[in-house]
Structures are given as structure tokens and as C-alpha cells.
Design a protein around this ligand. Structure first.
Ligand code: ADE
Length: 420
């Protein structure tokens, strides 16, 4: 059986340094690694991960292996793999890795299968591709599965749809739904890394620009607040009344996409849904508008429609393509319409992935502790684990907080201490 398919093993020394640097910003994961390692809690377990192959993910893989597991990883997006990291995972850490930056869809899918060939008992997904494969082409492997953990909002939506249709055949933990994941990774992580991707690809000034963000979920809120912080005029588009109202009261202009498209200098979609920037929208854009997607799948911008409608296309910089429409209008696309924070930058900083991946490790531990007791449903980790992860992070940041007194605890749990 093949144990790796990566770009170039000789890149390993650069990858190792990058992994070590990220690891230094991941104290919570390190603490959990130590606990797993001391008792070899994952001994005998095979874990297949389909995650973005970054220096942060490498630290998760190393932690799981240190806990006694056999681990294998493949990419969760064709453009997010850091080839230097993939090389180091294989060469320095002996971790089977199937990921090449820029791989085509066929190779991407082959890599998923190669990871599953290791016959995992636990799978980790970012977007639900491994679990989808297990439920379709690789049903033969389902009997081995104890559980699967999902990292991202899009994947959780997919899994909840499976649960609703009674199509879900394994227990799943929605890691995304832990507070110490989405409140930090989705908001501050996506906020910073999306702006980072836009700037790396274009080197434009955000101050004074009309910056449109489609959606006002945790990711979009992070992007909106960071763009505002850089001096952009932020406009939010939404389909949900409550979220639209929140955006308005957070101080953003809220309007329909058809109106925002006419004035936006930069338009970012982070809704998790398809067809947000459709050809109808692309036709009415300002000349020279920049489009980016920060949702998991490359479905938010109608790239196929744009390619068909364009009379020419050229690459101006890394991750920056210019399309000229038949009427001469120019439209700029970042990272081929794939998630801009990983395609044009390096994804979220390690400090937030620290908590996301601590939750991934805790999800695996939860599967083992509850083996045989879980139904084929989408679960969320117990809230006490959020408290534990947050407490470890606060400790690492040197922050102490107050504790409730006995009287305060009693007051909060009583119902007859109202107006006296
Ligand atoms: N998702 C977003 N940013 C990431 C990162 N740095 N590593 C792994 N997955 C990510």
C-alpha cells in the first residue's frame, strides 16, 4: 500500500521549521497531547483525517500519533496544501500523507480513497468528504467506524441533512459547534486570514474601499469587523432577518446583493451556499471589482458562468486572475474562487487552530469513552469541555478570572430570591 503522495520530499526541512513555529502558538493542543501521550489513550486506533494540510494541522496529527494512534492525512481542498508541511509530515514524523498543492479533482478524490485504504476507526473531516465517501463508494469500510468528527460549518450542515434523511450511519461530533471552536476560529480566524488572503493576492489598500460581505454568520462577522478595522466601508448582504438586523445594529450598511454589487470594490462571499455571486450579479459589478470566496466549497461564485462569459483571462499575480467580459468590463478573481484564506494565504493563525484542534482531539477521546453508546446522530461535545479548553487557553495567555462565591452559586440556582 502506498504510504504517501506528496510534491517533493526534499521540502521537508522548511516544513519542519514551519510546523515547529506553529506548534509554539498551540499550548492547549500541547497540553492535551501530553495527557494523551502519558496514557497512550489512542493506542490501537487508526485515524484518517481529511483536513487542510497546514502547519497547524500537522501539529494535530503529531499529537494524535503521540497519543498512540496510527494516523493518515489527505487534503480537504486542492489549493490549501502546504507542500513543505506535507513533506515534513512524511519524512520527519512518519505520517502517511496524500496531498499535493494544486492537485486536480481526480487526484484529490484518489487521495481521499488512499487515506481510507488504511481502514480507519475514526475519521476527521473538514467539509464532509471522507464521510460522504464512506456512505457511498466505500460502504465496505463503514463497519470499522466508531465515529467521525467534523471541523466546519458547511460539513455540519451536510451531516445534519444526512441525519434528517436518516442517511447517517455513524455517530458524528460537530466540532464546529463547540463554542471554543466557532466563536474563535470562525470569527477571528476567518476574519484575519480572509483579509490576509485578499491583501497577499492583490496588495490593495482596504481603507476607503466599499467592501461587501455576503452573509453574517460567525465567519462573515469576523471578516466584516476586520475589514472595518482596516478602514473599509463595509456592506453586509443577508437572507436571514435576525442576522441582517444584527449587522445593521453592529453599524454596517445592509442591502440586497443587487444593490451592493453595483458599488462594491471587493465582494467576499462566506455564506456556505451556492450561487451567491451569480452571473446576474457579475454582469452588474463595477468595472474592476474584486471577488473572493471564503466559504468551504467553490460554489459561491459562478466560476463556470464567468469562464464562459469572459473573452479573455490572464494571471496577474499569485492567486489573482483578471477576466475581461465581452463588454470590456474587468472582473478579478482571487484563488480561483476557492476559499481565499487558504488558497491565497496560509489559513487561520495557529492561536485559534489551537482550540479547534484541541476539540478535535477531545472528540476522538469522547468517541472512545462512549463507544457503543452513541447513536447515528450529530452530537456536540459537552459544554464542560468548552470550559476546559477555554480555561487552558486563558492559562496559556496568563489571564486569571474571578470565581463565583458559594452564595453567588446558590443565588443563581435558586428561584425564590427575587424582589424582597
Ligand atoms: N482552516 C482554516 N485555517 C486552517 C489552518 N491554518 N489549518 C487547518 N485548517 C484550517
Amino acid at each position: 500500500m502506498k504510504t504517501y503522495d506528496i510534491k517533493d520530499l526534499s521540502l521537508a526541512p522548511i516544513g519542519k521549521l514551519k510546523i515547529e513555529w506553529a506548534g509554539q502558538q498551540m499550548p492547549v493542543l500541547k497540553k492535551i497531547q501530553k495527557r494523551l501521550q502519558e496514557k497512550k489513550l489512542f493506542k490501537g486506533l487508526t485515524i484518517a483525517a481529511c483536513l487542510h494540510v497546514t502547519s497547524e494541522t500537522a501539529n494535530l496529527m503529531i499529537a494524535l500519533k503521540a497519543g498512540g494512534a496510527e494516523v493518515v492525512i489527505c487534503a480537504s481542498n486542492p489549493l490549501s496544501t502546504q507542500d513543505v508541511v506535507a513533506a515534513s509530515l512524511v519524512k520527519d514524523y512518519g505520517i502517511p500523507t496524500f496531498a499535493i498543492h494544486g492537485e486536480n479533482n481526480d487526484l484529490y478524490n484518489k487521495h481521499l480513497e488512499q487515506a481510507l485504504d488504511f481502514k480507519p476507526q475514526v475519521t476527521l473531516d473538514d467539509g464532509g468528504d471522507l464521510i460522504h465517501l464512506l456512505h457511498t463508494k466505500r460502504k465496505d469500510l463503514m463497519k470499522n467506524i466508531i465515529g467521525s468528527a467534523e471541523e466546519t460549518t458547511t460539513g455540519v450542515i451536510r451531516l445534519k441533512a444526512m441525519e434528517k434523511d436518516k442517511a447517517l450511519k455513524v455517530p458524528v461530533i460537530a466540532v464546529n459547534d463547540s463554542d471554543t471552536k466557532h466563536l474563535f476560529d470562525n470569527r477571528y480566524g476567518t476574519g484575519q486570514s480572509t483579509i490576509d488572503g485578499i491583501i497577499r493576492a492583490t496588495n490593495i489598500l482596504l481603507a476607503g474601499k466599499n467592501f461587501v460581505i455576503a452573509g453574517y454568520g460567525w465567519c462573515s462577522r469576523g471578516i466584516a469587523s476586520r475589514a472595518k478595522g482596516m478602514g473599509a466601508n463595509v456592506i453586509v448582504t443577508e437572507v436571514d432577518n435576525v442576522r441582517a438586523l444584527e449587522a445593521a445594529m453592529d453599524g454596517f450598511r445592509v442591502m440586497k446583493m443587487v444593490s451592493a454589487a453595483k458599488i462594491g470594490d471587493i465582494i467576499v462571499s462566506a455564506t456556505g451556499d451556492k450561487g451567491v455571486i451569480s452571473m446576474d450579479i457579475i454582469r452588474i459589478l463595477k468595472d474592476g471589482a474584486i471577488l473572493a470566496n471564503s466559504g468551504h466549497f467553490d460554489v459561491e461564485i459562478d466560476m463556470a458562468g464567468l469562464k464562459k462569459a469572459a473573452k479573455s483571462k490572464r494571471t496577474l499575480r499569485n492567486s489573482l486572475e483578471e477576466y475581461v467580459l465581452k463588454n470590456g468590463k474587468k472582473v478579478y478573481i482571487l484563488g480561483e474562487g476557492r476559499l481565499v484564506n487558504l488558497a491565497a494565504a496560509e489559513g487561520h493563525p495557529a492561536e485559534v487552530m489551537d482550540m479547534s484542534f484541541a476539540n478535535q482531539a477531545l472528540a476522538i477521546k469522547y468517541f472512545l469513552e462512549n463507544r457503543g453508546k452513541l447513536e447515528n446522530k450529530v452530537y456536540v461535545l459537552p459544554k464542560k469541555l468548552d470550559q476546559e479548553v477555554a480555561s487552558l487557553k486563558l492559562q496559556a495567555m496568563g489571564i486569571s478570572i474571578d470565581r463565583l462565591t458559594k452564595e453567588q452559586k446558590k443565588y443563581l440556582s435558586s428561584w425564590d430570591e427575587g424582589t424582597k
